[in-house]
Design a protein around this ligand. Sequence first.
Ligand code: ZN
Length: 142
Amino acid sequence: MTEQALDKGPLVATVRSGTSRISQIVTLVAVIVPPLGIVSAMGLLWGVAFRWADLLLLAGFYVACAFGTTIGFHRYFTHRGFTARKPVEAMLAILGCMTVQGPLTQWVTDHRKHHALSDQPGDSTTIASCAPSTASTCCGSR
Ligand SMILES: [Zn+2]
């Protein structure tokens, strides 16, 4: 990629230029607090208000939501790796959204951009996306 191409911005369009600091903080809290609450509930309320059925529900929803991201967001919506009927499509979208990874359209756009620009400037998942002049703002200092 030439220096001139870098000045024009990413070659693949995206719905956002990056993740805001507040979004990162909200995501961090949303990822850390629920497991702490579950462990606390298990320790304090086991046999009273928390039982094996609750743990099985947790495991079941965890796996279902993981399928929403891996099978739904990734293989179905991003890569169109298979066909599905509308109810299955809707369920995959709902389960994927339950993983707190942002809107489906944003996830798909960012992932397609990632594949198009793997390890090149513009790929939001690699450090290579940081042009030398903007490295301090796009590599975690924002
Ligand atoms: Zn992919």
